[in-house]
Design a protein around this ligand. Sequence first.
Ligand code: SF4
Length: 414
Amino acid sequence: MKILVHVCCAPDAVYFLRRLKEDYPQAQIVGFFYDPNIHPYEEYKLRLVETKRAFEELGIPLHEGEYDIENWLYHVKGYEEEPEKGKRCALCFDYRLLRSLEFAKQIGATHLTTTLLMSPKKDFLMLKESGDKVCKPAGIEFLALDYRKAGGIQEMFKLSKAMEIYHQDYCGCIYGLFKQKKEKSMWDLVSFQGRRPGSKEEKLFIKEVRLFAESQLGLSCKEWEFSFLNWKLLLGKIEVAGEVIPSLVKPFSSSIKGLLKAEPVEKVGNTIYYSKGGLRVILKEKLEDEPLESIEGLCNPTFFVSKDYESILLNNRISATLQTEIAYDNSLMLLVGSERARDIYRVPADTLQDGKGITLEVAKEILVRFSRDIVLGEIALIFVGASTLGDPGSKYFEERTNKKPIPLLCSQTP
Ligand code: SF4
């Protein structure tokens, strides 16, 4: 007996696969991650990375299907407005199970099932119907296993919490995202350069680091979530005579209503003050972002510009647009090694506004370089999110463990 399991996400997979292994101890089980419905791509990657981690733990092989989102969108065309558990979901199940069936035939599987059956938000009968319809003509049996019963859902939540698995807050597609998260969905869809504090990209980086540390180096990992005051930049631009001047925005700058047109009034030190809205431009030798050491609160709309533009700015009217948001947000930190290690080195998991920061490749090299010392308990590494906005994660870590993380110097990185 060979069972192909279509896998939708790690939380649904961990408990489902454990039960499947118990119920079919003689069966050969193979996983197939196939989620072209997931939007945006970072969310897809996040679910994939966590699924890989869960499968490593389970010791079951996992294959990745294609991310053919355009075909999926075409398949559900006309059903965008359907509610969850409606016709679009039925089409979505058919689409994913049909491709899974192809893969099942390719590897000679005798049975097909899906971890979607574990999700409390999915219609079990709709899934069974879809599975039977897809499988019957091919002579493959669809296993409609109901592991939700008898406390299965609670067990699933317990298990995925214990494994510190990322738990998504919407079903997956762009239509579900709009319906379930409403105005909050905007931040899921905006892509920023690099990995901004509290973003999906930042979370994905931490999860990728963890997958590498655990599965490639056998290092122990632990995560903490923390809340922080986030400042998000949606749009920021300054123009002189219709020409955009390259700029960065000072973190915690307030928004500008509409388009602000203002005259330069005076220059004090390196700062040019304008006639309206408290607008300021700070001239810098080199246009680059810097981490914020501490948060002082909301400030006037402030742009950083290279000194090369000084005379243009001093002699012309400026047009400025700025949309920012301040809100409580969540971020993560990942400890690789023991919190009792002699030294704990801090690596920022987020990047600056200009995208500068540690790449995943460099993070992996750091882990390889220090892996022996980590195993010996000499050092530990902590990858901390939101470090560019006052580093609240390190403060939280220090409060909980009484250990102050030491910034990892550039000379220590590969
Ligand atoms: S809500 Fe979920 S199941 Fe329904 S179409 Fe979207 S991704 Fe598929």
